[in-house]
Design a protein around this ligand. Structure first.
Ligand SMILES: [Zn+2]
Ligand SMILES: [Zn+2]
Length: 266
């Protein structure tokens, strides 16, 4: 049953996280330029979002997250997207952006890779601002009952495959790269499906990336990435996730090998 629910959820949402892992690769400089524009925009619009955000305060219908990305005020998304396009010297008409946003919401994709990247930054920037405005109490409410239960963010509803192990004792959190929220996870097992059978998970390491490991789970057939902050003080988890993309590919390969080997046995 749980697997069915998960499948349904993934099919109906924006799939931003998956899109990034699979398709987005950027140089650090380009990343930092976009991040700077987004952060400046968030500061400048901290009060303006209040007028934008009718309807995103509580996501009562779904009750899985406070809001979802398709509920974010489109004016705000397009406004930030326009500023990001200026950095990429790829400015397009406001109406064209609105149209692309509708298409993205309906189909989850945009053909122009550069626009897709900047749209992601825009959605993420507005989601971060919306999250920042929720206040501690709302965030605590959103987290209540979430420990070890689901891999979708209780604030923005996006899927995550990132975990953090915090010093001093390695308390474990999930991290949402879209809105920046982090929430508690069980110490052991798969952060995606909740399986706690140690025999169901393998952890892949690489000497090239100290403090980072990939957990591959036989139970759900998926993988997640873990940053051990006791080993290294990672600062920007989104960038670190992108920098360590080769580990994702290693996990994909690991699954492919497993499939091939099991095929041989038959
Ligand atoms: Zn989130
Ligand atoms: Zn799993």
């Amino acid at each position: 049953m749980k697997a069915d629910e998960q499948t349904e959820w993934i099919d109906t949402e924006l799939k931003v996280e998956k899109l990034l892992v699979e398709e987005m690769s950027m140089a650090r400089q380009a990343y930092e330029e976009l991040l700077k524009v987004s952060e400046t925009w968030q500061k400048e619009n901290a009060t303006r979002l209040n007028t934008w955000k009718q309807g995103i305060a509580v996501n009562e219908a779904k009750a899985r997250s406070v809001f979802t990305l398709d509920q974010l005020p489109e004016d705000a998304v397009v406004d930030l997207w326009d500023k990001l396009n200026a950095v990429g010297e790829a400015q397009i008409a406001y109406e064209a952006m609105q149209e692309m946003l509708s298409e993205f919401k309906a189909e989850g994709k945009i053909l122009d890779q550069g626009q897709l990247t900047r749209l992601y930054f825009a959605l993420s920037g507005v989601a971060r601002l919306a999250r920042a405005q929720l206040g501690t109490e709302a965030l605590t409410d959103a987290d209540a009952g979430q420990v070890g239960e689901q891999s979708t963010c209780p604030v923005c509803g996006e899927a995550t495959r990132l975990a953090l192990l915090a010093p001093p004792v390695g308390k474990r959190y999930r991290f949402c790269r879209t809105c920046g929220h982090q929430w508690a996870a069980k110490r052991v097992g798969c952060i995606l499906c909740g399986s706690e059978q140690a025999s169901e998970q393998n952890y892949l390491h690489s000497e090239e990336y100290p403090g980072v490991e990939i957990g591959v789970c036989h139970n759900c057939g998926d993988y997640f990435k873990e940053f051990d902050l006791r080993q290294q003080a990672f600062e920007d988890y989104v960038w670190e996730d992108m920098r360590t993309l080769p580990l994702n590919f290693a996990a994909e390969q690991w699954f492919a090998e497993m499939a091939k080997n099991s095929g041989k046995l038959l």
